[in-house]
Design a protein around this ligand. Structure first.
Ligand SMILES: [Zn+2]
Ligand SMILES: [Zn+2]
Length: 189
């Protein structure tokens, strides 16, 4: 007699039809929805399906089954492919302009303006992609900002002017981090 011929254990028959609540109430062992021979106590936090540790994906809102993670990602990411180069180019142009401007400004003014510049870049990118969402858009933007700021930073390093280097380094770090925080904050909501 092969394994498939043998009658299934009662609990396994139940796990196919019974609701999760009735299962819990009867104290029946759960079996993974994808691996019917693996006992588990985990459930998907979204669809309540029993899942074994192999099938569970850890997310900020608890363990989920792979199906739920996949369908959520599909809903979440609404970007088109060209949004990424767009975010990169905008980050590079605006970051580059900002870093050149920073060279001409008083250091204390830069302290005030750099966070605002980061916000402006993030908002510009967001509008340019028509508010489409993506978990990874910020990476394209951040890479653009860094590349855009490199010429001014390289000039500062070559000039060996301490304050230019500090200014450019500070500008790059603050602009990138505020822009990223802004864009990620929007996209995670
Ligand atoms: Zn699920
Ligand atoms: Zn499993």
């Amino acid at each position: 007699m092969t394994e498939t011929d043998s009658p299934k254990p009662l609990s396994q028959q139940f796990s196919a039809e019974a609701t999760p609540d009735s299962l819990a109430a009867e104290g029946i062992t759960l079996y993974c929805a994808n691996h019917p021979t693996v006992e588990t106590s985990l459930r998907c936090s979204r669809c309540d399906k029993p899942i074994c540790p192999k099938c569970a994906v850890r997310t900020p809102t608890g363990y989920k089954c792979k199906d739920c993670v996949r369908s959520q990602q599909k809903v979440f990411s609404t970007t088109r492919w060209y949004d990424y180069p767009l975010a990169f180019v905008l980050g590079a142009i605006l970051g580059g302009l900002g870093s050149l401007l920073a060279n001409a400004l008083w250091i204390y003014l830069i302290l005030l303006l750099a966070p605002a510049a980061g916000m402006v870049i993030a908002e510009t990118v967001r509008l340019a992609v028509q508010k489409r969402r993506s978990l990874y858009l910020w990476q394209a933007m951040a890479a653009g900002i860094v590349v855009g700021c490199l010429p001014a930073l390289a000039l500062a390093l070559l000039s060996l002017n301490f304050w230019s280097i500090v200014t450019q380094g500070f500008f790059l770090v603050v602009v990138t981090s505020t822009a990223v925080a802004r864009l990620r904050g929007i996209n995670i909501r």
